[in-house]
Design a protein around this ligand. Structure first.
Ligand code: KIV
Ligand code: ZN
Length: 510
């Protein structure tokens, strides 16, 4: 069986999803979980883009043993910075890229630097790509070159640039369908054509990186594999720019469930898929649609009577893989006030959270608060607690006190007291509902006005005592920030979520 290399870009392309807010600690936790999932390569970030990105890539490089890749444009300063960030990693890769389609070359590259005609510009890009790979090669041996928007690039020029990158020392050549434009048969043919045209292609691994604008990212990736690609770039839950990237879990399970059809294997530990999916969703704040293949809440739910009857007789009737095979096991384990610190630590470990003793203490205090309110604490409660606020409590502002009056024939009014270092600010405001009143009171206290783009409440588990999880996305000019709050009281959860989003925003601008 041919091995398919799984290159996970959740922490780079995935993190480019609108509103995905990950701090360094969370990125390191996700990277460790990706290692447990046994991906081959983690693309940890784009170090030149910000000091936080640099630090995250550096910390991930110190924390995992698998290959860590860092992204760079085809510029010396980017490449050097990428290398600086990954230099302590046991195994490292520099990933550099140039745009290759006419849309990009004509649309992004100015005449002065790149030449006036398309032909001149293409030549400049060709040389830049060669130089970038050759320069990267002076730092490490494992170099990936990507031809951005390859999906819409003329095949003759694409072949030329790929051949040039391999000549310069690229060990992996990536063919991204950056805009999610191609059809599976077309993309597969493109890979086959490159194999025919590029003379030195056997010296490099062919990789693909498909976006999901037409919902075809997974189909395109599989078609590429059938035509010779041996690395796929993908993300957990399919998150990423715009409509996202190819979903790791879908590609891996398609290859595994249909091994009668494909002669390919991956090294993925499928039982870790569900935990990884939930950890990524919890930390990024990106909710998984219920009908999402493999990891959605309904992926293994059977609703109609006919289906349920079939399932009772034989699971093969309506299930092509078991929930157990991807770790989506609905456990009956319930923790409560008396479960103790040790019980909590052990259960969190099984859910993929390997905490320091200090963090176990912190989690335990929060767990007791929740157990006091709702008696039975389920796995989903724990995941929500870990994902939503546990690692994010180091923000500038904290809510000390909250009072809300609302009801029929009452003007909703909220009073908040917010702590900021040694300062306490208190304000009241009205609104057209209790949540609006809280948000107005917080805005007034902090003297800000941010657009609320999205507001969601969901019940974490079933039942009257269930915890409510609130997700709020706010926007300031070009950036959006997502905050989450969790409590048995959704009014409190809303205030926490809003403050968390503001903490992210302040963190970015301070
Ligand atoms: O979509 C894309 O083309 C990319 C490249 C940087 C690989 O993300
Ligand atoms: Zn991409």
């Amino acid at each position: 069986m041919d091995k398919i290399i799984i290159f996970d870009t959740t922490l780079r392309d995935g993190e480019q999803s609108p509103g995905a807010s990950l701090n360094v600690y969370e990125k390191v936790e996700i990277a460790k979980q990706l290692e447990r999932l046994n991906v081959d390569i983690i693309e940890a970030g784009f170090p030149i883009s910000s000091p936080e990105q640099f630090e995250a890539v550096q910390r991930i490089s110190d924390s995992v043993k698998i290959v860590v890749a860092a992204l760079s444009r085809a510029k010396e300063i980017d490449i050097k910075t990428a290398y600086e960030a990954i230099k302590n990693a046991e195994k490292k890769r520099i990933h550099t890229f140039s745009s290759t389609s006419d849309f990009h070359i004509l649309g992004k590259f100015g005449d002065e630097k790149y030449g006036r005609s398309l032909d001149e510009k293409r030549k400049t890009v060709l040389k830049m790509s060669y130089d970038a790979v050759a320069y990267a090669k002076t730092f490490c041996n494992d170099i990936e070159f990507s031809a951005e928007d390859a999906g819409r690039t003329d095949i003759v020029y694409l072949s030329e640039i790929i051949e040039t990158a391999i000549d310069a020392g690229a060990t992996t050549v990536n063919i991204p369908d950056t805009t999610g434009y191609t059809m599976p048969s077309e993309f597969g043919d493109m890979i086959a054509e490159l194999k025919r045209r590029v003379k030195n292609i056997s010296k490099a691994i062919i990789s693909v990186h498909c976006h999901n604008d037409l919902g075809l990212a997974v189909a395109n990736s599989i078609s590429a594999i059938q035509n010779g690609a041996r690395q796929v770039e993908c993300t957990i839950n399919g998150i990423g720019e715009r409509a996202g990237n190819a979903s790791l879990e879908e590609i891996v399970m398609a290859l595994s469930v249909r091994k009668d059809l494909f002669n390919f294997k991956t090294n993925i530990v499928a039982k870790e898929i569900y935990n990884t999916s939930r950890i990524v969703s919890g930390f990024t704040g990106i909710i998984i649609q219920p009908n999402k293949a493999i990891v959605g809440e309904n992926a293994f739910a059977h609703e109609s009577g006919i289906h349920q009857d079939g399932m009772l007789k034989n699971r093969n009737t309506y299930e092509i893989m078991t929930p157990e095979s991807v770790g989506a096991i609905k456990t009956k384990i319930v923790l409560g006030r008396h479960s103790g610190r040790h019980g909590l630590k052990a259960r969190l470990l099984e859910l993929g959270y390997n905490l320091t003793e200090e963090d176990v203490d912190k989690a335990y205090r929060r767990f007791i608060e929740i157990a006091d309110k709702k008696k039975e604490v389920y796995d989903e409660d724990l995941r929500t607690l870990m994902g939503d606020e546990f690692f994010k409590s180091d923000g500038l502002y904290h809510i000390e006190y909250l009072q809300v009056n609302a009801g029929i024939n009452l003007i909703p009014t909220a009073t908040v007291r917010i702590k900021m270092k040694d300062e306490i600010i208190q304000e009241s405001a009205t609104g057209d509902g209790p949540i609006d009143a809280i948000l107005n009171a917080i805005d007034r206290a902090l003297n800000i006005k941010l657009k609320v783009e999205d507001y969601h409440v969901r019940s974490v588990t079933a039942g009257r005592e269930a915890m409510g999880e609130v997700t709020i996305r706010i926007r300031n000019e070009n950036n959006s920030y997502t905050g989450k709050g969790v409590s048995t009281d959704i009014i409190e959860a809303s205030a926490k979520a809003y403050i968390q989003a503001i903490n992210y925003y302040k963190n970015k601008i301070s």
